[in-house]
Every structure is written in structure tokens, then in C-alpha cells.
Design a protein around this ligand. Structure first.
Ligand SMILES: Nc1ncnc2c1ncn2[C@@H]1O[C@H](COP(=O)(O)OP(=O)(O)OP(=O)(O)O)[C@@H](O)[C@H]1O
Ligand SMILES: [Mg+2]
Length: 384
């Protein structure tokens, strides 16, 4: 869950007392994320008490369901509702009020199974502190992440029903340390059950904070790649995970390590994609632009949202397209470029909502609204 505190004074005494003095010391830096436990170590204070001081005892202005796994699967569940496919989300919650808020948010989404394991202590959350007056009125945000129950989820917690699927997706596992470290074995298990495997990455703050000079790993021995059918990352994540200095080189690196297909998103810039082996038909390095119709409507100010969850909804779009192309499991090959078309519409559509999840007023609403952008995007590609 993401909680937004909209009026925090970064120049006030509480914030100043918690400000970072040097890189990686655990203190707060405007624009950056720290872990609550590192901040506690840095200040010697209890995080909840400190948060109350930082926010002047105010309650959050808003809260949003977040996280690469739940956001991508929420999209898939909404898009696939009524098609005979079922979408299950597996996660963990703590014993606090945040856990209850997540349960309430999940109840509004058409998941057909899965659920949250209950772990003692707080639920994973990110507190977003915003100072609209910072930097001469430009405004800035600071993020504090509390992993809570996410640190207590282990590979053994994933029951056999988790693997009993045609497609298994691991989203943002860098936020779940034990799942992240056990990723290779988990992927192998999914593969053994004949599932298509999807991994979508998230910024790996744990690696970046504790071993900043090192490339990030996927799997304990950095050996998860051959078991991933499709790997999705934004540019920063792709460069940090591959150790390469361009999206093109990173895509080549992942394929050379045995990944079936790779998609690297770059915000409004064109996506980079390529497929080598496995369920996808081979595809040489290809660029796809973002959806112009969405960009235009954003420029015209027709919608009021933010870019949170664009990548996660994009991944959701790929999961939907893969599900629809699942006959590829019986020997046919999936088409990566084709899968990207509705996904690019879905990623862009997320710019129209605050937070990553669009709550439907009726089943099929999101599907209908995205269809017009997919169509416009197809025409855009035909013109180019
Ligand atoms: N301004 C935009 N206009 C149109 N499409 C966009 C825009 N921003 C993002 N998208 C779409 O969403 C996709 C994913 O965006 P991006 O690369 O920003 O993901 P991300 O960094 O993983 O985001 P997040 O982690 O917040 O979900 C892009 O490839 C693009 O298709
Ligand atoms: Mg992302």
C-alpha cells in the first residue's frame, strides 16, 4: 500500500533532523527512497513516532494499492474477466490496519483465487512524503519503505496451487528478499509444471543501498535467466541487472543468458524488445513507439492521473496477451510484437489514473476503454 502525506515541510526541524549526511547512511533525501529500518538506525528513533513528527500527526491524504505483482495481475484479472481464464494473486499481509486496507482493495478486484498469507507485524507499505513548496515551489517527494510482512514471505509459503497454472508471473520480487533469493528454484518449479514464466522487475533498493557498486542479481547465483520466458524491465532496472550501458546491449545480455524474450520500457521513449527462443517466435531487436493518442490526450490535459504503475499495467497487458496466445504451449510460437500492442495501450492508460489500479464501475469497463487506444495504436503502427 502507498500512503501519500501531501503537506510535509522538508525544511522543518523533524525532517532536518532525519536528513541524510552522506550517501547510503539511511537518512532522508528529497526525491529518494530509504528503508524504515535504515532510517531508524540512522536517527536512533522508532519509525512510527518519527513519521508522526514528520507529518505533524496528520493522516494520509490518500492511499493506493501498489506493487508490481498486484497491479499487473489486477489489470489481467479485469481484462480477462468473463473469458473463462482465472487470475490469482498471491501475497502477504501483516496484522495491522494496512493489511485490512489491502484486503478491502483486493475485494474490489475480480481475482478468482490466491490470497494473502497472514504474517505477524506490519504490512509492506511505502509512505510518500510530499512537500509542494520544496525547491522554490517545484515540489518534491521522499519515499520511506517498510517491508514488514514482505520480508517474512518464503518460497515454502507458496502452496502447490500457486504453481498449478498455465502462466506464472513473479512481479517485483526485489521487494520480497526471500522470494527474490529463491527465484531460480521457484521458476524451475513453475517450468516443471509446464507453465509459461513471466518476471517483471522493480527497482532493487536492497542491492542498491547495501552493495551500490555491484550489478543486481536475479536468483541467488544470478542464474534465473534461463527459466524466464519473458523478462520485463524499465531501462534503469535492465541496465542495473545486466551491468550493460544501453537498453540494446541489456536485451542482448538477457537473451545470451537464456531468457526467452525481453522487453525494456523507457517511459515515453520507444520500447526495446527481442526474442530468442522458447515460447516466442524469434524476433530481432525491435523498437516500438508509445501510443500517440494517449500522449496527445495527456498533453491536452483531458485526464488527471500520474505515471505510477505504467510499467506494471504494461506487464499486465503482456500477461493478458500471453494468456490469449497460450496455444503456443502446444508447439505454436507466440508473437512478441503482437503481445506488445495491447500492453502499450494498457501502460499508457495507467497515466489516466492516480495510482496504478483502475477500479471499474462495471465488469468489462477497462477492456472497453483500452480497446479504443489499442485500435488507435495499431493504426499508428500501420502509418509508420
Ligand atoms: N507519458 C506516456 N505516454 C504514453 N505512454 C506511456 C507514458 N508513460 C508510460 N507509458 C507507457 O507505459 C510503459 C511503461 O512505462 P515506464 O517505462 O515508465 O514503466 P516503469 O518505469 O516501470 O513505471 P512504474 O514502475 O511506475 O510502473 C511505456 O513503455 C509506455 O508504453
Ligand atoms: Mg516498473
Amino acid at each position: 500500500m502507498d500512503f501519500l502525506y501531501a503537506q510535509v515541510d522538508f525544511s522543518g526541524p523533524s525532517f532536518k533532523a532525519a536528513m541524510s549526511l552522506k550517501e547510503g547512511d539511511g537518512g532522508l533525501t528529497p526525491g529518494r527512497l530509504v528503508f524504515a529500518e535504515d532510517l531508524e538506525r540512522f536517527t536512533g528513533r522508532n519509525y512510527e513516532h518519527m513519521l508522526a513528527d514528520l507529518c505533524g500527526g496528520t493522516v494520509p491524504a490518500s492511499s493506493n494499492l501498489g506493487g508490481p505483482s498486484v497491479v499487473s495481475l489486477a489489470h489481467a484479472a479485469q481484462m480477462l474477466q468473463g473469458t473463462g481464464h482465472s487470475v490469482c494473486f498471491y501475497g502477504a499481509r501483516g496484522t495491522d490496519e494496512t493489511g485490512t486496507l489491502i484486503e478491502q482493495a483486493l475485494a474490489k478486484l475480480p481475482f478468482t483465487g490466491g490470497g494473502l498469507l497472514l504474517k505477524e507485524g506490519p504490512t509492506a507499505r511505502t509512505d510518500v512524503l510530499s512537500d509542494p513548496h520544496y525547491d522554490n515551489g517545484q515540489g518534491e517527494r521522499t519515499f520511506i519503505h517498510l517491508p514488514g510482512a514482505a520480508s517474512l514471505l518464503y518460497p515454502e509459503d507458496l502452496e502447490s496451487s500457486f504453481f498449478d497454472a498455465h502462466l506464472v508471473a513473479f512481479g517485483g520480487t526485489a521487494l520480497l528478499p526471500h522470494i527474490h533469493d529463491g527465484l531460480t528454484e521457484l521458476l524451475k518449479k513453475a517450468r516443471k509444471n509446464d507453465a509459461v514464466t513471466v518476471a517483471n522487475l522493480v527497482y532493487d533498493y536492497r542491492s542498491e543501498t547495501h552493495i551500490p557498486q555491484m550489478k543486481w542479481r536475479l536468483g541467488m547465483e544470478d542464474d534465473a535467466y534461463p527459466y524466464i520466458d519473458i523478462l520485463i524491465a524499465d531501462r534503469d532496472e535492465a541496465l542495473k541487472t545486466s551491468g550493460c550501458d544501453s537498453a540494446e546491449a541489456a536485451a542482448g545480455w538477457f537473451l545470451a543468458r537464456g531468457t526467452g524474450a525481453v522487453i525494456i520500457t523507457q517511459g515515453v521513449k520507444p520500447l526495446v524488445l527481442a526474442a530468442g527462443k522458447g515460447v516466442f517466435a524469434p524476433l530481432e531487436l525491435t523498437y516500438l513507439p508509445v501510443c500517440e493518442k494517449i500522449n496527445r490526450e495527456l498533453r491536452e490535459g483531458i485526464h488527471h492521473g500520474d505515471t505510477t504503475g505504467c510499467g506494471d499495467n504494461f506487464t499486465g497487458g503482456i500477461i493478458v496477451a500471453m494468456t490469449e496466445q497460450l496455444p503456443c504451449r502446444s508447439g505454436g510460437k507466440a508473437d512478441l510484437r503482437e503481445a506488445c500492442i495491447p500492453a502499450i495501450a494498457a501502460g499508457g492508460f495507467a497515466c489516466f489514473t492516480l495510482g496504478g489500479v483502475f477500479y471499474e464501475n462495471r465488469p468489462g469497463e477497462k477492456r472497453e476503454r483500452i480497446a479504443s487506444y489499442s485500435e488507435a495504436y495499431r493504426k499508428q503502427l500501420e502509418r509508420q
